[in-house]
Each structure stands twice: as C-alpha cells, then as structure tokens.
Design a protein around this ligand. Structure first.
Ligand code: HEM
Length: 396
C-alpha cells in the first residue's frame, strides 16, 4: 500500500489560469492514485472516474457533514441542510422532498418553462442582440425555482443577488472572513423566507414550500429544516442550471459542426444535454470528509482528511470515456457524474435536464445562425461551480 506522500502539486483552486481551464491539470491526475495534499487540512484529490464513483457510494467512510465549521458550512446559514447530512437525517429529509421532484411532477412544469423561455427570447429578438447569460441562462432557472418554491417569479433578480453573494463564500479559503455582502444577503434572504413562510402557512398553495410547511406542522420537520430547504433549493437550483445552459451553449458555439448536427437532428437533444453536462460540467467538485481511517484506491487516508471529489475530472477520464476530451453530442453510453452519485444524487436532475433542453431547443429554433460574438467569454472565479460571467452571441 502506498504511503500518502505529501505531494504539493500545482493544484491551486484560486489560480485564474486553473479556473479558466482546469482540464489540463486533471489529465495529470488520471494516471495515478489520489494525491494527498497538505493544505489547511490534509486533502485528498479524487479525479479518476472509478475513485469518484466509489467514494460517493461509500457514505460510511466519506461523510457529507462538515468536519468543523469552516466557512463553506455557513453558506446555508448554519441550518440543517440535506446536502450536508448523512443518514439517518439525510434519509428522512430526502424522503420528504423526493415526491416533489418526481419526473411526473417535473413534466407538468414543461409548458410553463417553455413559456418563460419564449418570453425571454422574445425580448432578445426585439432587441436584436443576445447576451446569453443575462438574457436567458440567468433568469430562466431563477424564475423556475421561484415557482417551485411558491414565491413570485418577479422576485428573481433579488434571488439572483442573494445566490451570487452566498456562493461567493466558496471562493474564499477556509477560515477566512466571509466575503463582503455575505452576511447582508443571508439576513435579507432569511427575512424574506420568514415573511413567505407566514403567508404560505396561512394560505397554502400546491408548491413545495407549502408542502414542507405542512410537514413541519405534523412535526416531520423543524422550522430550521424548512428554512434550510428554501436556502438550498434557491442556491442549488439556480447557478447550476444557469451554467448548464451557458457552458452548453458555449460548447456548441465552439463546435459549429455539432451545432449544425443538432439543428439537423433534433432527436439528439437528450444525448446532447448529457454531453454538455459531461464535457464542461457546472459542478466541478463536491466535498466529503473521511470519518474513519481507511485504505482507498491503494492510499492510506486518515480520519479528518478533507476529500475534494473532482466530478469535472472524472467526466474527462479516458478510462471511462473514449476520446474523453472530444465534445460529441451523440456520445452513448455517457454515464457522467455531473449530478453526483449515490445517496446525494442531484434531487433536481430531471428539472435541470428539462430546463436545459427547453432553453437550448428554443434558442436553436429561433436563431439557427447563432455564433460567438466578438467579445471573449470569461469564466467566473469559482472552482466548485463552473460557469461564465458573459456569453455575447451574434444572431446573424
Ligand atoms: C445542471 C444543473 C445541476 C447540476 C450540475 C447539479 C449537480 C448536483 C450535484 C453534483 C449534486 C451532488 C452533491 C454532492 O454529492 O455532494 C447535487 C445535489 C443536489 N442538487 Fe443539484 N444540480 C443541478 C440542478 C439542480 C436543481 C435544478 C435543483 C433543485 C431544484 C437541485 C437540487 C439539488 C439538491 C437539493 C441536492 C442535494 C441532494 C442530496 O443531498 O440528497 N440541483 N446537484
């Protein structure tokens, strides 16, 4: 068994060059066992597909609960949150929300999502210019999640601001003070939740929040847990889907032959969405903590080791995906891990796939001659969540 050499590699998740293009670095990790780095804590980097899948399936060794209150933990305001819990708490919370995200419930939302996409693209057509992030990729998921949560879609700009400010916390090193605007955003979001909570308690609708409030009244959930769901869904359902649409459109624009193929063969849309998720995935990394000493993939890991699970690297592992760096919208099979694996597999996967598919189809139908604009798209300076700040496109 290999001893975990304290390999200090070039891994620096705050380096702008790495954030712009992390894939060359990942390539160096595919041919070796997990690296153990001495960062703030001993940190294991999992990049090979088989290692990522094995770790995500083994929640008894790799826990989702934060080791200690490092800054990321506060992103959800410190309230109990599905994504940061292990069984049995996770099992109870997940059971309560699974129903609301069942594929049948999601299909019922299709006409409404299509209408939102069309309204947004009407504005683009009238303006004659298309900034794909601002005009479509950002507002669409935020407006959809507002409807899921039973809050007015018109409040979406506020949600976007909070979600941006809260996510910024994952861009500061553990232990560093929270970024400017973080506490304010959390306080405002909390206050907004409290008001909506009272309203929905008095006058419940058919939305998810009303359902959760009813569960709370039967003592199946605490008030803090309801608040945690609201917060989590606002964040998890927003930025990720925005980046599926943004990264996906950008990938198609950089591969015009794939755009043409999709235009000719619309039946490829489902596999095209999977390839967008694999090739430039919105969630590049998820976190786990080792809670019992173990030997994993031939490497000794001690309890207390932080684990950076590189979903984005696993999706480019040539041992799993032939010609892994090629963007191929017809790729099958395509068992990517963009939505994770195991008990924390993305709750909103069906919704995200549908939003992505409706957004890209609507753009393709309206603007078949779409191509990249003159300005260079720039990636945000976030490691875990990968997405663009801007994506100017030309309609001609
Ligand atoms: C393309 C868009 C999306 C991507 C790439 C994505 C990715 C992920 C990933 C990788 C995980 C697993 C995290 C882990 O293992 O620690 C996850 C979990 C989760 N996602 Fe998504 N997600 C997307 C959209 C959404 C949407 C639209 C929603 C809700 C409306 C959502 C809600 C959640 C929730 C609640 C969890 C936690 C599940 C659990 O812990 O059991 N996601 N997502």
């Amino acid at each position: 068994m290999e001893e975990p050499a304290a390999a200090q590699s070039t891994f620096n998740r705050f380096d702008p060059a790495f954030l712009t293009d992390p894939y060359p670095f990942y390539r160096t990790l595919h041919s070796q066992p997990p690296l153990i780095l001495q960062l703030e804590l001993p940190t294991a980097l999992l990049a090979r597909y088989a290692d990522v899948v094995a770790a995500l399936r083994d929640f008894r060794t790799f826990s989702s609960a934060p080791i200690r209150q490092i800054s990321q933990a506060h992103i959800f305001g410190g309230v109990p949150t599905l994504i940061l819990t292990d069984p049995p708490v996770h099992t109870r919370l997940r059971r309560l929300v699974n129903q609301a995200f069942a594929p049948r419930r999601i299909r019922e939302m299709e006409p409404r999502i299509r209408q939102i996409a069309n309204d947004l693209l009407d504005k683009v057509e009238n303006a004659g210019s298309f900034e794909a992030m601002k005009d479509l990729a950002e507002p669409l998921p935020t407006m959809v999640i507002a409807e899921v949560l039973g809050v007015p879609a018109d409040d979406y700009q506020m949600f976007k601001q909070w979600s941006d400010a809260l996510l910024e916390v994952s861009n500061v090193p553990p232990g560093a003070p929270p970024p400017a605007g973080f506490e304010e955003a959390l306080a405002e979001e909390r206050e907004y939740f409290r008001q909506r909570y009272e309203e929905l308690r008095r006058k419940p609708g058919t939305d998810l929040m009303s359902m959760l409030i009813q569960a709370q009244e039967k003592d199946a959930l605490t008030f803090d847990e309801v608040a945690g769901f609201f917060n989590l869904l606002l964040l998890a359902g927003n930025e990720t889907t925005t980046n599926l649409i943004g990264n996906g459109l950008y990938a198609l624009m950089r591969h015009p032959e794939q755009w043409e193929l999709l235009r000719r063969e619309s039946s490829l849309m489902p596999s095209a969405i999977e390839e967008m998720l694999r090739w430039d995935c919105p969630v590049q990394a998820t976190g786990r903590n080792v809670i019992q000493d173990c030997e994993f993939a031939g490497v000794r890991m001690r309890a207390g080791t932080m684990v950076v699970v590189l979903n984005g690297a696993a999706n480019r592992d040539p041992a799993q995906f032939p010609d892994a760096d090629r963007f191929d919208i017809a790729r099958t099979p395509n068992d990517h891990v963009a939505f994770g694996e195991g008990i924390h597999f993305c709750l909103g996967a069906a919704l995200a796939r549908m939003e992505g598919s409706i957004a890209i189809t609507s753009v393709l139908e309206r603007f078949p001659r779409l191509r990249l604009g003159d300005a260079e798209p720039v990636y945000k300076r976030s490691f875990n969540v990968r997405g663009l700040i801007n994506l100017p496109l030309s309609l001609e």
